[in-house]
Design a protein around this ligand. Structure first.
Ligand SMILES: [Zn+2]
Length: 187
């Protein structure tokens, strides 16, 4: 059994957007491979602000058939893992920029492997284009923008991609009307 640990951090997206696929859920359609989901998905429209989960340094990456345009945040604190924000449409930070928890670091999208659009991306019937400063999936023939499957995939890893290196995030809940923080949300 993989050893699963938790990391407490700020929620990377507004509370109005619920978790649509939980940490460690089996991926639909991939039961045969027992391929698990080592992140948390938040369904949200393209362009939703994405916020830093911790204080740290943000690096910008691109992985066409995986995380798409993504940010990896290295926390200032030890043992907090690497925080990955995937499928973004645009960035709000420079590569290597220092950020604080809660800062807007980018905007959600559906770049990379999102919602069954991967086959189209591989065979060229779907392409990704920069439109008004945002990376969008587009029908290669008609040029129509495809917003399907937009979500933020947020994942924490302890320095690797093997199952024993993944981490379950816990998000601090906002302070309530009595001025108290009423616990955590398990992803
Ligand atoms: Zn995901």
């Amino acid at each position: 059994m993989p050893l699963i640990t938790t990391v407490l951090c700020e929620r990377p997206i507004d509370w109005r957007y619920g978790i649509t696929l939980f940490f460690n859920a089996m991926r639909p359609g991939l039961w045969a491979k027992h391929d698990q989901h080592y992140g948390s998905d938040f369904g949200c429209p393209v362009g939703t602000p994405v916020r830093a989960s911790v204080n740290g340094v943000a690096r910008i990456y691109f992985d066409e058939f995986g995380f798409g345009h993504n940010i990896v945040l290295t926390p200032d604190e030890d043992k907090m893992g690497w925080h990955i924000f995937a499928h973004l449409s645009r960035f709000a930070v420079q590569d290597g920029q220092r950020v604080r928890a809660g800062d807007i670091i980018g905007y959600s999208g559906n770049t990379g492997n999102c919602a069954g659009l991967l086959a189209g991306l591989r065979n060229g019937s779907i392409v990704e284009r920069l439109i008004d400063g945002a990376w969008r999936k587009v029908d290669a023939k008609t040029g129509a923008v495809i917003d399907a499957g937009a979500h933020l995939h947020f994942e924490i890893r302890l320095g690797g991609t093997t199952p024993d290196k993944v981490v379950c995030p816990m998000f601090r809940r906002p302070v309530n009307e009595r001025g108290q923080q009423d616990g955590y949300e398990y992803a």
